[in-house]
Design a protein around this ligand. Sequence first.
Ligand code: GAL
Length: 833
Amino acid sequence: MKKYTSVILLICSLHFLAAQHSSVDILRDWKFSNYDHGAAFQENFNDADWEHVTVPHDWAVKEDFNFTHDIQLTMVIQDGETTPKYRTGRTGALPYVGIGWYRTNYTVSATELEENIELLFDGAMSNAKVYVNGAYVGARPFGYISFHFDITKFLKAGENTIAVRLENFNSQSRWYPGAGLYRKVSVQKRNKTHVKTWGTFVSTHQITKKKALVHLDLEVVGEGKCTILNEIIAHDGKKIAQNSKDISLNGEAKLSENFKILKPQLWDIKTPQLYTLKTSILKNGTVVDTYTTTFGVRSIRFELDGFYLNDEKIRFKGVNMHHDFGPVGAAFHKELFIRQMKKMKEMGVNAIRFSHNPPAPEALDICDEMGILAIDEAFDEWQLGKVLNGYSKHFDLWAKEDLSDMILRDRNHPSIIMWSIGNEIMEQYQHDPNKITSYLNTIVKSLDTTRATTAGFNSANNALESGMASTVDVAGFNYKPGIYHKIREHYPTIKFYASETGGSLSTRNSYKFPVVFDTLQNKRGTSVHTELYADGQPGNYENTNVPWGYAPYKEFASQEYNDFVYGEFVWTGYDYLGEPSPYHTAKSRSSYFAPVDMVGLEKDKFYLYKSEWNEDTEVLHFFPHWSLPEMKGKKIPVVCYTTYDKAELFVNGKSYGIKTKNKPAIPEFLATDIKKEASGGTTMAQVEAYALVWEQVIYEPGEAKIIAYNKKGKKVAETRRVTAGKPHHISIKNETQIIQEGEVAVYVVSVVDKDGNLYPHYNKNMKIEVSGAAQFLASGNGDPTNVQNLSKPTRAFFNGQAVIYVQSIAKGTIVLKTNSEDFEGTNTTVIVK
Ligand code: GAL
């Protein structure tokens, strides 16, 4: 991470004057238009009637859903399809296609023009063209990459006009990409002699309890004699190392420095300790530029038997994450990413694969701060496209620059352990004739040899046979739990992890009966059980999956058996906009895969992962909920996800017996042939290895209760679910008590009975009113088939719940009022500081 600082340095011992280096976000006061104004780049263009927006901004998420947006006729070979199909909702059924113009003013003084001024975009979706005062500055097609332009020579004293033209094409993406200046824009103002943007690389070596070596590679630019001062500062503010060097600059220069630090405090998952390296450039004793780099002291090793962090073997309990925030869209909000990560940590997650493109830089800062391992991934396409207008259109011209910039921007993050050069790239099927794997691998190695390179392969056999899998340091395989043992047998030197796992589908609090597990041995190429659940609401028993997918149990079993696999990344941690597989036809607009729905509410599967992954808490969770009037007198399965050894189920006092997990020594699904990439389907035997199952429980309204016992048979915990009475009132829970100005607060709204039990069938609309220190931003309910506008203040409940996002606009108290067709609810507790 690199940060410029505008802080005035008063380091008395060196008698420094004011540092000349500042980073100013330009977020407010942008004008926006969705119309293609040919002349909008011009300085004197009249934008008076354009919309006034704040950046980060996503122009498409506020619009209405419509299944005619970006219909894609496509044959997804990875899904086993043999004929093209129309896919609606693949990119979220939102109008992200089109042109967006942004304009703002930036004022500089005549003295500031003596300096160096750079415009830095954390990401712009997409095909950015940047103009200053009517002059063309530069372009960047890739929507996920950060980029910067030196604009000094385009500026004049006084007011300057910055104009940005963005354009998204149809069939540009396989998911909702967002649209617009959806990440921060900033101006970097510094002395002509300065540290280059992303010009530091700090790595740590020879780490013992007593000491560590910190190595700095530094790139500076400027003229004349100067002193380069580097200082390392610990988290308590104490300076623990420093050195300085006199140099004479004549343009660009590269320097290297080594520092010894004593008793280093390591960056680790549990204690993510961070250090700061402050680089100052002095001329005649005066600081003319400062640049800070945050780093961690940690070692990583990639061995045949596993991944090691600080010499401790760590298994990835990972999730893939897309970049959107559900109803809020793709505009980056730090507090919403923190919300996502807190939920993931609660589930036991220790690693994120940023699928399939570089995230906002702040997301990586948060991984550093929260102790989450990260895979930074560059591409979803190389030369061969998956969609008509995807990255393949830019690969030849831009791949080197895009990949390099990802690494230059991100290589100081201790959280990043691997660089992924691609996901499920189509070149797998042709054995990579242009040798792109080694081309990209070499680019990465030229910029960083301290981390592993990787790629996510879905066609394991092709990637292994062609050598693509061994060209990267560590291979990722998607959806292949049946053949890990065979991969090790045939390719004993390949180190690997599961870059995507899962693929079972569910929606929160939905249950479909009858529940059939063993019949779901689907064949590849068929959309399992879509016809069964024509309403687009698969149940929560994890018995519906996409053809290449399977329920989580299978991955657990395979990885326990093959403990050399580095771990897994579940597809995905959160549901996301777009890719409503397998409900492709005018039914849904968001995904079904994750343990947490698109608005951040847990599905039952969340507790399965939590019970397997989170080592700090006990889990005792069962389903279905106990409000199923249509099932009265009928048999249903009851499934319990728990950390306890055994448990007993009671329905209205009647015992259904004690169950224990039943883990076979060898999973029954392991393939006998490496060519049979067995996935698909979930059997009862797989479920019972990780869950307690009472298969034939007669549903009667009242109370279901589970008592957990330890090995000795002593009662250790109890949980119950009761049949909800009539819906009685609205309960609003705000997730945060205090927020900062500009931040987003999140409220969970539930309809409950008179005793506060969730009434899980309430699906009526409510009106939302926000007053006080905030304004309404968006709402959602976790139903992938819901096509109500996300940014208008009317929201249907889904299975009794909905989530509201409000954005603070001033200091003070936020008042949220909800008005359903039956009840009113009020919450006044969030305070904006
Ligand atoms: C994978 C792909 C992901 C996502 C997923 C859905 O093949 O890499 O991006 O499409 O399937 O299961």
